[in-house]
Design a protein around this ligand. Structure first.
Ligand SMILES: [Cu+2]
Length: 484
C-alpha cells in the first residue's frame, strides 16, 4: 500500500482563509427541524485505484466518485454540507440555474463551508439532465486542493417526463490522481474540427516574443488514471447482454485534461451534451470531453466479446484510463483497437442549416497566454486583463432578458474548456461555421481558434465565467458578470 506523502504535508502547508466561528454556523442549522434530503461530508479518505495503488485525497462521503445525487426538476432540495477538513470548502452545483449564494463559487458571493462546520444549502434544481458537483476553491500551486482532489460526483436532475429510450444507465466518471508539476508539452491540435486562425497565431507569437521567460510554464501531469475510481482492469466490468441498449453518462472530472473514449467495434449514439438533449443525435466512433464536459450516449451492444472502453492515448489507458465491457457468456483478455482519427465537431449535433438567433449585444474576448509570468506559472489574460482574486471586480454588466453573444478568440495553443455558471449557452459558431441548437455549459475552444456562444441573461446575480482547466482559472482566466 502506498499513501501519498503529499497528504502529510497538506495540513502544514495551508492556512485557513477565513475565520467564521463553526458554532454560529451550526446554530443557524439547528433553528430548523427540517431534515436534509442530501448530506455531503467533505473529508480525507482513501481511493483504492488498484490493490497496490491506494491514494489519499479529499473526498465526498469517503468515496470516489462522490455519491450519485438524483434530484427532481423543480422540486426544492435541502443539502447539508459538512466540512471535516481543516480548510474552507465550496461545493459548486455545476450546470444548474440556481441563485449565486448557493451556486458554490466565492467570486459570486457563496459563503464557504468553514472547516469543521456545516452549511445547509436549499435550492430548486434545474434544468433536468446530467449535471455534477465539485469543489470550487482556488488550488493555485497546491495540488492537494481544488479539483486535483477527489471532490467530484455526478448529479442527475430527473425530468418531469422521462423519455427513456434505453434499457439502463451507466455513469462513468473519468479522473486522474497523483498530480505533479511538469514543464508542459504541446497540446494535440488534431482533436477538434476547424483550423487555426492566422491572426490568432500571430498574436500568440507576439506574446511569446514579449514574454521574459522563453519556456512555457508549469503544466500538471498524473501518474494514475481511472474510471469510477478504479484503474483499468481493477474494477468490476460493465456486464452487458447482446442487443442491450446502454445509456452511458460520461463525465470528465479531470482538473486539467481533455479526455477521449472509444469502445472497439461499437459506436456512440450521442443524445445529450452537458445533460441537454441535442437537436440531432448522431453516431460517433470516439467521444472527446474537455474538463467538466458531459456526454450522454447510447451504445447498442451488438458486438459480443470482452472489450476495453478507454482513452485513445496508450499511455493514459496503460496507466488506468479505461473500463472493461464484458458480454454475457464471454471471457478472456479484454481487447482494445485504436479507432481511426476522428475530429470532434459540436455542430454535428446541431440543427441542420439553422441560423442562430441574432444577439442583442456581443462581447468579444481575446485570450492570451503569458509564458511562465507568475513564478513559473503561465498567466492568462482576457483582453489584456487577468482576473483579480483580491478585488473580485465584476467585468461585464448584463441587462436581464437580453441575449448576449460571447465571441471567444484563443491566441494560445491550448484547448480551453470554457464554462459559464448559472446559465446555459447555445453554440452559435464553431470551427468557422454557424450552428444552432446545441445547448451546453462548457465548450472546448481549440488552439488558435474562435468560438461563439449565446446566452440569455435570465438568472440575476453574480455569474462566473472561466476556463475549467484548474491551472488556467487559478492564474487569471476568469471574469465576473453582474446584472444591472
Ligand atoms: Cu484554459
Amino acid at each position: 500500500m502506498t499513501i501519498d506523502r503529499r497528504t502529510l504535508l497538506k495540513y502544514s502547508a495551508l492556512v485557513p482563509l477565513m475565520g467564521v466561528a463553526p458554532q454560529l454556523v451550526r446554530a443557524a442549522s439547528e433553528l430548523t427541524n427540517e431534515t436534509a434530503d442530501y448530506t455531503l461530508r467533505i473529508g480525507t479518505g482513501l481511493v483504492e485505484l488498484a490493490p497496490d495503488h491506494i491514494v489519499s485525497t479529499t473526498l465526498y462521503n469517503g468515496i470516489f466518485p462522490g455519491p450519485l445525487l438524483r434530484f427532481k426538476e423543480g422540486q426544492r432540495a435541502v443539502a447539508d454540507i459538512y466540512n471535516d477538513t481543516d480548510t474552507p470548502e465550496l461545493v459548486h452545483w455545476h450546470g444548474q440555474m440556481i441563485p449565486s449564494d448557493v451556486d458554490g463559487a466565492a467570486e459570486e458571493g457563496s459563503p464557504f463551508v468553514p472547516p469543521h462546520a456545516m452549511r445547509r444549502v436549499v435550492f430548486v434544481p434545474k434544468p433536468s439532465g446530467f449535471r455534477f458537483y465539485h469543489t470550487h476553491v482556488v488550488a493555485g500551486r497546491d495540488l492537494n486542493r481544488g479539483t486535483y482532489t477527489g471532490q467530484a460526483g455526478p448529479v442527475y436532475v430527473e425530468p418531469k417526463n422521462n423519455p427513456g429510450a434505453y434499457d439502463r444507465e451507466v455513469f462513468l466518471v473519468l479522473k486522474e490522481f497523483e498530480p505533479t508539476f511538469s514543464r508542459g508539452g504541446d497540446m494535440a491540435m488534431d482533436i477538434l474540427a476547424g483550423s487555426p486562425v492566422e491572426a490568432l497565431q500571430a498574436m500568440g507569437r507576439a506574446a511569446d516574443e514579449e514574454a521574459q521567460e522563453k519556456a512555457k510554464g508549469f503544466e500538471v501531469s498524473y501518474d494514475r488514471f481511472s474510471i469510477n475510481g478504479r484503474m483499468l482492469g481493477h474494477g468490476e466490468p460493465i456486464r452487458v447482454k447482446l442487443g442491450e441498449r446502454v445509456l452511458f453518462h460520461v463525465l470528465n472530472a479531470s482538473a486539467t485534461e481533455i479526455r477521449s473514449l472509444a469502445l472497439p467495434g461499437h459506436t456512440f449514439h450521442v443524445v445529450a451534451l452537458d445533460g441537454n438533449s441535442v437537436p440531432t443525435p448522431a453516431n460517433v466512433p470516439v467521444l472527446w470531453l474537455g474538463t467538466a464536459e458531459r456526454v450522454s450516449a447510447i451504445v447498442t451492444m451488438n458486438h459480443p466479446g470482452v472489450w476495453v472502453v478507454g482513452d485513445l492515448s496508450d499511455e493514459d489507458r496503460g496507466h488506468g484510463m479505461g473500463i472493461v465491457v464484458e458480454y454475457a457468456g464471454r471471457e478472456g483478455k479484454p481487447e482494445w483497437a485504436k479507432p481511426k482519427p476522428f475530429r470532434w465537431d459540436y455542430s454535428r449535433f446541431g440543427r441542420p442549416n439553422a441560423a442562430p438567433v441574432a444577439p442583442d449585444e456581443t462581447i468579444e474576448m481575446t485570450i492570451v497566454k503569458h509564458n511562465a509570468a507568475l513564478n513559473g506559472f503561465n498567466r492568462w489574460t482576457l483582453n489584456g486583463e487577468a482576473f483579480s482574486m483580491e478585488s473580485m471586480k465584476p467585468r461585464y454588466t448584463l441587462q436581464q432578458g437580453r441575449r448576449y453573444r460571447l465571441k471567444l478568440r484563443n491566441a494560445s495553443d491550448d484547448i480551453h474548456p470554457i464554462h459559464l455558471h448559472r446559465h446555459s449557452f447555445e453554440i452559435t459558431r464553431i470551427s468557422g461555421k454557424p450552428t444552432a441548437g446545441v445547448i451546453k455549459d462548457v465548450v472546448m475552444l481549440g488552439g488558435f481558434q474562435a468560438v461563439e456562444v449565446d446566452f440569455v441573461a435570465d438568472n440575476p446575480g453574480l455569474t462566473l465565467f472561466h476556463c475549467h482547466q484548474q491551472l488556467h482559472m487559478d492564474f487569471g482566466f476568469m471574469a465576473l458578470f453582474e446584472y444591472a
